[in-house]
Design a protein around this ligand. Sequence first.
Ligand code: PEP
Ligand code: MN
Length: 275
Amino acid sequence: MDNCLKLVTRQYKSENTIIKIGNVEIGTGDFNIFAGPCAVESIEQITITGRFLKHKGNFILRGCIFKPRTSPYAFQGLGTKGLGYLKQVKETIGIPIITEILDSKNLSSICAYVDVIQVGSRNMQNYSLLKDLARIKKPILLKRGMSATIEEWLFAAEYILSGGNQNVILCERGIRTFETYTRNTIDLTIIPIIKELTHLPIIIDPSHSTGNAKFVPLLSKAAFIMGADGLLIEIHPEPQKALCDGQQSLNFDQFNDLYSQIETLKKYNLEVNQF
Ligand code: PEP
Ligand code: MN
């Protein structure tokens, strides 16, 4: 056996992989949005956000319950109590849910209530976790490690595909460089590169890449123009009160504005995605 990329490559599979989540299909050339707070904070907060998105259209609600924080003293997420809130929101509102997994011990409970499982930047090379996620059929949103090369990122995806799970969505969230003005550095050239190298869908996270709500709408529109399959974007009913990442979260009015601009871009039907 050689050590080359195989299953993720365009050579292996020429047609785009399409991933179905509820009524949404990622990878068809449409532009789909995962949105919600960085962390689930209360049943009210996640219900208000879920209702807002459900009312607007076909979105996937994001809300993390296990938070990988730099400081052990920072809010770590609500854990299994938060999972109960996600279950409630899914059942009462009927919206698909994405949440991040930190540890395989939570895999079966997360799988029971969640539609997409996020692997965060810090876990992109947690190969034991990737192997466990390969054994299930749920879609996996695989974020790029903050210091990972494209090849390392694709090898992480290869772990999931080669273990039996073909449902991988790649998510670029910026990488660490010498620049500290933004939270991370994002190069949107990644989109055509990924489309050329692989058949997997790629979405952009404008929130963690910029770290600043002010830059999120422009970057989101640029991602659309560059041919991304969608966005993972942080929104919060009251960003100034968020327990995590409020400074980079859009409020609902800001998200409404951005979404209507994206809808306008869609009407132009720009043929930007040539792969
Ligand atoms: C997140 O999506 O909340 C998150 C922690 O992102 P990342 O893994 O990209 O830092
Ligand atoms: Mn966050």
